[in-house]
Design a protein around this ligand. Structure first.
Ligand code: ATP
Ligand code: MG
Length: 150
């Protein structure tokens, strides 16, 4: 079952991220999909601050992955937009089972390398301030999570 949420502001998107964070578990994987500027990094910021991470979250567009170790659980923030053009293989799969939380921007670009159980969130830009978020849980844990918070 899919869930839909209409965000009418940055604050709305931050709040959704905080709500999902409140149901976190180790090895959680969240896949964010949608066009440039749709709010993937905004969502990640909300999640990170709810985790207690004080560092500023910046888009890891050139580094592909940033690790934040000082929150309640480790956060691995990936942006795979440019991954195909980078020489190094960062081994995304190695992060899924390290006990932390993995958030992947542009996850649809690495579909074949995603874990079978995950939460996919698709962002659609409606107008300057409005985004429709479609949640697609894969696996029982993620379905329960969506049930609990959406
Ligand atoms: N409802 C909303 N939710 C999230 N962001 C919004 C919303 N309304 C407007 N915005 C604006 O949209 C932009 C989202 O930027 P953000 O960096 O999060 O996009 P992104 O999806 O990470 O893009 P990229 O693919 O370049 O990494 C911000 O400038 C933010 O202020
Ligand atoms: Mg981004």
């Amino acid at each position: 079952m899919n869930y839909k949420y209409t965000s009418r502001s940055v604050e709305d998107t931050l709040r959704v991220a905080e709500n999902i964070e409140s149901e976190k578990f180790p090895n959680m994987v969240i896949c964010l999909e949608g066009d440039l500027g749709c709010g993937k990094t905004v969502f990640t910021k909300g999640f990170a601050s709810a985790l207690g991470i004080e560092e500023t979250i910046t888009s890891p567009t050139f580094t592909i992955i940033k690790e934040y170790m000082n929150g309640e659980l480790p956060l691995y923030h990936m942006d795979v937009y440019r991954m195909e053009s980078t020489e190094e293989d960062i081994g995304v799969e190695d992060y899924y089972n390290k006990g932390g939380i993995t958030i992947i921007e542009w996850a649809d670009l690495i579909e074949s390398r995603l874990p079978s159980e995950r939460l996919v969130i698709k962002f659609k830009v409606i107008d300057e301030d409005t985004r429709v978020l479609v949640f697609e849980p894969y696996g029982e844990q993620y379905e329960e999570l969506c049930n609990a918070v959406l």
